[in-house]
Design a protein around this ligand. Structure first.
Ligand code: SF4
Length: 222
């Protein structure tokens, strides 16, 4: 029977429950600046920046919102202009028809149902037009009310490589991570994986030889 190197590697590093504390500690030291890369100065700006970040880069969103947030200051401002103006203002983030419509719908609901404020719970956030669970998770976490763990493409890849999940589906991956990661780390944890994914554990060429968690990683090539 052929050797199963995956099983051997998982056995070598031990169970995820025993490694998670050290993983978080080592990654925190390695990436002390790990935090959300989007720029915003208010809860409403946070919500809009996260909505605009779908299918584009944070750098691109920051470029667009620098102008956008100078023009629009509160939910009512987004409702006061023709939709075509808003589309033009978010055009460079891509999917601008959809994004402008979602922003308008969300701002309308904030005004009508939430007193102009961004709600804190995932259940309320996902009621806003165009706000899916991932967006809601990011917003809630940044508002200091993390109720889940954000799973984007980096978090998915690293959680799998680090042997923290065997799942493919983001919802199931989140479920596995929630069981492993202490609640007080739910906000920080995805940023650590995103940072590590961008700077060390790239999708095509992970730099295992300079990775601080290679001893704890079943996918290490070292
Ligand atoms: S050891 Fe390699 S595969 Fe594992 S987390 Fe580090 S860079 Fe990624």
């Amino acid at each position: 029977m052929p050797r199963d190197y995956t099983v051997e590697a998982r056995r070598r590093v031990g169970p995820a429950q025993k490694r998670i504390g050290s993983l978080i500690e080592l990654l925190s030291v390695e990436h002390p600046d790990a935090k959300i890369a989007l720029r915003f100065d208010s809860d409403v700006e946070l919500l809009i920046a996260v909505m605009l970040s779908a299918q584009t880069t944070d750098v691109n969103v920051n470029r667009v919102t620098e102008r956008l947030f100078r023009k629009y200051h509160c939910p009512e401002d987004y409702l006061a202009v023709p939709i075509e103006d808003l589309e033009q203002d978010v055009y460079e983030t891509g999917f601008y028809h959809q994004k402008a419509r979602s922003i308008r719908g969300s701002m309308r609901m904030l005004v009508d149902e939430f007193g102009g404020r961004v709600p804190r719970t995932i259940q309320e956030l996902v009621r806003l037009p165009g706000v899916a669970r991932k967006t809601a998770n990011v917003v809630a976490a940044e508002l200091g009310e993390a109720q889940g763990i954000v799973v984007d493409t980096h978090v998915r890849r690293l959680a799998q490589r680090l042997g923290l999940t065997r799942e493919q589906d983001p919802v199931k991956i989140e479920r596995d991570l929630i069981k492993l990661v202490p609640r007080e780390q739910w906000r920080l944890f995805p940023h650590l994986l995103i940072w590590h994914g961008r700077h060390v554990c790239a999708a095509r060429r992970p730099a295992c030889e300079r990775c601080v968690v290679s001893d704890l990683c079943p996918a290490s090539r070292v």
